[in-house]
Design a protein around this ligand. Sequence first.
Ligand code: SF4
Length: 344
Amino acid sequence: MSTSFSEDLLRWYDKNAAARALPWRGERDPYRIWLSEIMLQQTQAQTVKGYYARFLSAFPTVFALAEADEQAVLKLWEGLGYYSRARNLHAAARRVAGDMGGAFPGDAAGLRRLPGVGPYAASAIASIAFGEPAPALDGNQARVLGRVLAWEDVLKTPFDLLAPALERIDRERPGDYNQALMDLGASICTPKSPRCGDCPVAEHCRAREEDAVLEYPKKSPPAPKKEQDLTILLLYQNGRLLVRRRPKGLLGGLYEFVCVEGHPDEPALADALTAMGFTGVQIERPLPDAKHVFTHRVWHMQGRLGSCATSPEGYSAVDQDQLQALPFPSALRVYREIALSEKQ
Ligand code: SF4
């Protein structure tokens, strides 16, 4: 008798799950599952491991996280990127601890109402923590299913495959099924070099049958990234470095140095800083260039070191210890390291 897609997938998962021993595997506590799923969005499992352990040691329960100061949460998140995740995590913890008595919503629809929980995370958490047969469609699952089905349409989102995914998900073990599909996508059915010879669902795969594996899933061409030129200034006022908390939006809540749009020459840079409200600006020397690539934009940064007499509202002058303690985005790491190596 032939076996089904989910039977073959789960048999493989049962044999191989140990090979990808991850601290959140086998977990049944919704708080821990939620935390791992939010961290795993856009970040590799190997990177997440350390952050997950540090977070749980600092905030062992949803109540502990809810009571934490936002800066402490952002500081622990430093380096993981996509900081809106950390702010949403904190907001969701406050809602669960405050309005729900510490109990997470018990299905995907309820979980989706929490800040930062999208359709993928809601399905993943609901299937793993509560056994709901909700397909957790992320890029990995969509790639495997797109190939298995030889899906001809361009996927606008992985959830375009919801109907066939619902047909295939294992109703007895939906959490394991979702994790198995993620593992298969991460380890065997990889984007560029899938190992079809080792694949447990090869018999069910139409793309393989058609010898057209790399043609699926069909994709529209990526939108070009927005290129942005910035000048980053390590600007000192009375020997202390000026920093500012970024407003809401990209990297909101994290700290930054004085920053000017574009790569102006020295007189134009001094004019721009005067227009921003700085007085007595003196540019002393250039600093190395740096580049940071985000998902949708690229920063091309030039650095300058200088001083000023007074600064506009919103900036704080900090010493080395304060600088070390404040959360900064990875994009500014080069300049923070230079600042930390400067004598004050
Ligand atoms: S047979 Fe190949 S393309 Fe098909 S699911 Fe398996 S690894 Fe992916």
